[in-house]
Each structure stands twice: as C-alpha cells, then as structure tokens.
Design a protein around this ligand. Structure first.
Ligand code: AMP
Length: 253
C-alpha cells in the first residue's frame, strides 16, 4: 500500500494508472476508521482495479473549533486497517495544500443543504461539498463510495456531480451497524459504555414508533436532546444529542 502526503506524488501515480486504463475506486474519509468505512473499501475493491482512500479531517465543515479539536484521530490504526483491507493507496493531504486558496472558492447549495442537518449546522455542507469537489478533482476516480449513514450528504454530492458534469460516479453503500443496531460512527468513540447501549434505541425507535412525533417523544423521554425527526425522500431521519455527542441516523420507510 502506498501512502501519499503531497498531491503531486499521487498525481504521478494516477497518470500511470490512467495510461494503463486501470479504473480507480475512491473512498474519502475523515479517519478514525471502523467497519462502516471498510465496507466502502470492500465495495470499491469489487468494482475497480485500484482502490484509493483519503483521510482528511476537513476543518471547513465543523461548526466550532472545539468540535474539530475533539474529532477522534487514530492515524496509525487507520493505516493498519486499510492495509489489512487491501487498499492500494492512501492520501493524507495537509490542510495547506487542500486550502491553498484559503477557502476563496466554495460550493454552496441553496435548497436541500438548508434542511435536516443543514438547519442546525450552518455552512456545514458548504465545507463538505467544497472539500469533496476538491478531492474528486484530485482523485479523478471512476467511482466514489459514500455511506447511506450520511444520506443527506450522499444526495447532495450525487446532485453536485450532476450539476457540475463531473465524471466520477457516486455510489451509495448501506449503513453498517453494531449488533445493537447503533450505526457505526467515528463519534461513537466519545460515548461512555452506558450511553453506547442507550444510543442503540435510536435505530429501534426509527423502525418501531408509528409517527415522527412518537420517535421524538420517546427519545426525549430517554434523555436525548433531539434536533430533528423528519420524513423526506422516502426515509426517516433523526439527529439527537446524547450528553455532548451528536448522533445521526436514517432508515428507508
Ligand atoms: P467520515 O469519515 O465520517 O467522513 O465518513 C466517510 C464515509 O464513510 C462517508 O461516506 C460516510 O457516510 C461513510 N460511513 C460512515 N459511517 C458509516 C457506516 N456506519 N456505514 C456505512 N458507511 C459509513
């Protein structure tokens, strides 16, 4: 497995791959990897000749410095996991290279990014879309793999791809869960053992409770601070805080 920090080093390899008509599957991540990320890698490996993963904790998508600083980081373990999963190359870019323009250019979406998470995290999706646009430009992959866990993010990126005539196909992959039903997330590491058990009721209620109002009430009764429970695009979405950890999930209805 090759590891790149400088974009130019990756670009040399990318050109070589293109010359040999090898397809590239790309998985962008923010690290603190778990089985959810590895499921995207596995899908990419199945469908492409070469699997490329980026790890970059993108500062422009965080709403506070504190949240950015608290975001879990485990780069040594991440590299071992990706190696074991059979990834061909990883990119660990530095912030100066990604944001050489000091965020002078950015992507803004004015509709779907303003609801659900966007209503509670102003400018979050500007940061997400901008970094993904940059990473898609760098990767020049045939396919890019995204998790349904972040379904709003996936839809926005899929629509951005169409709006900007990008060639990389955006492929969605199912949410990987703990045996308790809790959607795997890098942020789960910040939950206490007790709250990890409690957090699993989000998934249970998303299925069981009849209305969005029932889900909200039941979560509030269990001690969650609920941001939203909403149904849109044939899915039921939830975002709720448990202590100081923000959890999101969604299911098909
Ligand atoms: P992140 O590192 O949290 O930015 O996530 C990188 C990619 O992994 C995104 O496309 C996420 O949707 C996806 N992902 C995160 N958690 C899961 C999960 N539990 N199951 C499937 N995909 C996931």
């Amino acid at each position: 497995m090759k590891t790149f920090e400088r974009l130019s080093d990756w670009v040399s390899l990318r050109q070589e791959l293109k010359q040999h008509n090898r397809t590239i599957g790309f998985v962008p991540t923010m690290g603190a990897l778990h089985e959810g990320h590895i499921s995207l890698v596995n899908q990419a490996k199945k469908e492409n000749d070469f699997t490329f993963v980026s790890i970059f904790v993108n500062p422009t998508q965080f709403n506070s410095k504190e949240d950015l600083e608290k975001y879990p980081r485990s780069i040594t373990e991440d590299i071992s996991l990706l190696n074991a999963a059979g990834v061909d190359a990883i990119l660990l870019p530095n912030e100066n290279e990604i944001y050489e323009d000091n965020f002078r250019f950015k992507i803004t979406e004015n509709k779907f990014s303003k609801i659900l998470c966007g209503a509670y995290r102003p400018d979050h999706f500007d940061g997400v879309l901008t970094v993904v646009m940059k990473l898609l430009g760098i990767a020049q992959a045939d396919r890019c793999y995204m998790g349904e866990k972040d379904f709003q993010q996936y839809l926005l990126i899929k629509d951005m791809r169409e709006s900007f005539f990008l060639k990389t196909k955006i492929i969605s992959c199912p949410t990987i869960r703990e045996s308790s039903g809790l959607a795997m997330s890098s942020r789960n590491e910040r939950l206490s053992t007790e709250n990890k058990v409690k957090a699993a009721i989000i998934y249970k209620y998303l299925h069981e409770k009849k209305t969005v109002a029932d889900v909200r009430q039941s979560l509030e009764d269990s001690g969650f601070k609920v941001e939203y429970v909403e149904e849109i695009y044939g899915r039921r979405f939830v975002a709720a805080w448990l202590e100081n950890v923000r959890l999101i999930d969604n299911v098909k209805i």
